[in-house]
Design a protein around this ligand. Structure first.
Ligand code: MF3
Ligand code: CO
Ligand code: CO
Length: 262
């Protein structure tokens, strides 16, 4: 199926939605501390999105998801449901934020470490972010989606990590998950051609051990089968004439917002 090309008006709305999603991650950072529960983090994000941003937390009731954000701790790969268990020193946690503003979605996630993480956990988290950045750097009109997957997979496997196959990046706009699927593995030169005006996410899930995953009986929480750590980072992107713009960039990041390949 064909990717949706956004109009100038839609792109303006994607800019706004992307910034709001990024702002939620910046807002929540100081609260990610030993002893806090993921329910408390969810409630803070919910209130900020609804009251301050006057936006909608997209996960809430999405196919029955019960909370406003996803919180994926340690061996949880993605779609973790916030709960009443306090975070402990050394935990790594992905918080995945999706907001809807004026009908358009912004989707972004990052890893946080509670207190001081193990060398292993910090390395996994860093390499997963590098996988995202390497993928972003390949986005431009005429490139193929497979170029992104191949580069992400190569970087992860060079570090002896594995790439989760069951979940992928996605087109985004009026819909939370639009065409196309953006795989985080594959072969360069294969897959759809990337087109100017397209918006999609890259969101690699990188496992310290094997790639196999399973879904818990809550029907949402995805964990590594071997119970080893997993890390994920996500940005929402706009394909420009000669490269890419990161719609969900945060001030703390050093990668440029607009990457120009000419
Ligand atoms: N934010 C996730 C993504 O990146 C999707 C979460 S769906 C939910 O695509 F229902 F679990 F919230
Ligand atoms: Co996404
Ligand atoms: Co997301």
């Amino acid at each position: 199926m064909a990717a949706i090309i956004k109009t100038a008006e839609e792109i303006e709305k994607m800019h706004i939605a992307g910034k709001l999603a990024a702002d939620v991650l910046t807002m929540i950072e100081p609260f990610v501390q030993k002893g806090v529960t993921t329910n408390e983090l969810d409630q803070r994000c919910h209130d900020f999105i609804v009251n301050t941003q006057q936006a909608i937390p997209a996960p809430l009731n999405y196919h029955g998801f019960p909370k406003s954000v996803c919180t994926s701790v340690n061996h949880v790969i993605c779609h973790g449901i916030p709960n009443d268990k306090p975070l402990k020193e050394g935990d790594i946690i992905n918080i995945d934020i999706t907001v809807i503003k004026d009908g358009y979605h912004g989707d972004t996630s990052k890893m946080f470490t509670v207190g001081k993480g193990s060398i292993l956990a910090e390395r996994l988290s860093r390499v997963a972010q590098e996988c995202l950045y390497i993928g972003i750097n390949l986005v431009k009109p005429g490139a193929h989606l497979g170029d992104i997957g191949a580069a992400v997979q190569k970087h992860a496997e060079q570090h002896n990590y594995s790439v989760v196959r069951e979940y992928c990046g996605h087109g985004i706009g009026k819909g939370f998950h639009e065409e196309p699927q953006v795989l985080h593995y594959g072969k360069a030169g294969t897959g759809e051609e990337i087109k100017v005006g397209q918006c999609f996410t890259i969101e690699p899930m990188i496992n310290a051990g094997k790639k196999a995953c399973k879904v818990l009986s809550d029907d949402w929480t995805v964990i590594t089968k071997d119970k080893k750590l997993s890390a994920q980072w996500e940005h929402t992107l706009l394909v420009t004439e000669n490269g890419v713009e990161i719609l969900t960039l945060r001030p703390e990041e050093t990668i440029p917002r607009i990457i120009n390949h000419d």
